[in-house]
Write a new protein. Structure first.
Length: 270
């Protein structure tokens, strides 16, 4: 299931009023081969360059002002916080420990394979783009506006098609009643948190194209379909609520214990 974060970040292009008012957004994402019954439901809180994403028991807060991340596990009532460099250090240390444990019981024939696997994983933490889909030297990107419109979450959305080398890659229903907004710095978001989000998200090469960047500024994708050759991922906003949020909405509760990253449980499970 890919590109959830891209759809979430698109929300910043919806507002034409101050982010200090705050927004709460609900989004569902699912793969076509699984169906809407298996949809992942996420709630997003957004205000003053701070974004909180809630998915089941796992909460992630991205603070552009402090350039920090907070990860909380509601079930365990614990949290971790730090910069992307701290995240990388702890993740690689955990991988190193796991590798050493596996090597203790491995045969000579298995050791080389284990070392190679963990080395590759640690390299991907430092440089996720090294393992991303390779960008062709040349390709044709076309973004087509259609005449189709749809009412989604109370907003009228216009359908666009994103076509690469003649093959459709995306369909996006954009709310064009509001234009790009500057209070949430998307460029800075990817600069600061890109390596963190790349661990879970897959960014397609054409989405780095200047033409695609300009397209994303046209409006907010209330609904998006991503085509992967055999299956699709569908993301759709189901509700938008404008609400003044407090600082406590973005910080760990006082009864939560601060722990290292491995104690969080990044999959949200025990």
């Amino acid at each position: 299931m890919k590109n959830k974060l891209l759809a979430l970040l698109g929300f910043i292009f919806l507002m034409n009023t101050s982010l200090f008012a705050g927004w709460i957004i609900t989004q569902q994402t699912y793969d076509s081969d699984q169906g809407i019954e298996e949809a992942v439901i996420e709630t997003i809180y957004l205000q003053n360059n701070v974004m909180k994403v809630v998915q089941n028991d796992l909460i992630t807060v991205f603070d552009l002002n402090k350039e920090t991340i907070i990860v909380m596990n509601q079930q365990r009532q614990v949290y971790w916080t730090g910069k992307v460099s701290d995240y990388k250090t702890e993740i690689k240390a955990a991988m190193q420990t796991a590798m050493e444990e596996q090597l203790k019981n491995a045969t000579e024939g298995q050791k080389e394979m284990i070392k190679k696997m963990y080395t590759s994983m640690m390299e991907s933490v430092d440089n996720p783009s090294k393992f991303a889909e390779e960008e062709p030297e040349e390709y044709d990107l076309q973004i087509e506006k259609t005449q189709e419109k749809e009412k989604i979450a109370g907003y009228t959305a216009v359908k666009y098609k994103v076509v690469v080398n003649g093959a459709i890659k995306e369909e996006a229903w954009l709310s064009e009643s509001n234009r790009a907004h500057s209070e949430f710095d998307v460029v800075k978001f990817y600069q600061v948190f890109g390596d963190f989000t790349s661990q879970a998200e897959s960014i397609q090469y054409y989405q780095k194209n200047d033409k695609y960047t300009e397209f994303s500024k046209l409006g907010f994708p209330l609904k998006s379909i991503y085509y992967y050759g055999g299956y699709e991922t569908i993301s759709e906003i189901t509700s938008l609520e404008k609400k003044s949020l407090s600082e406590s909405d973005f910080t760990p509760p006082s009864n939560y214990k601060k722990v290292n990253l491995m104690e969080i449980g990044l999959n949200g499970q025990e």
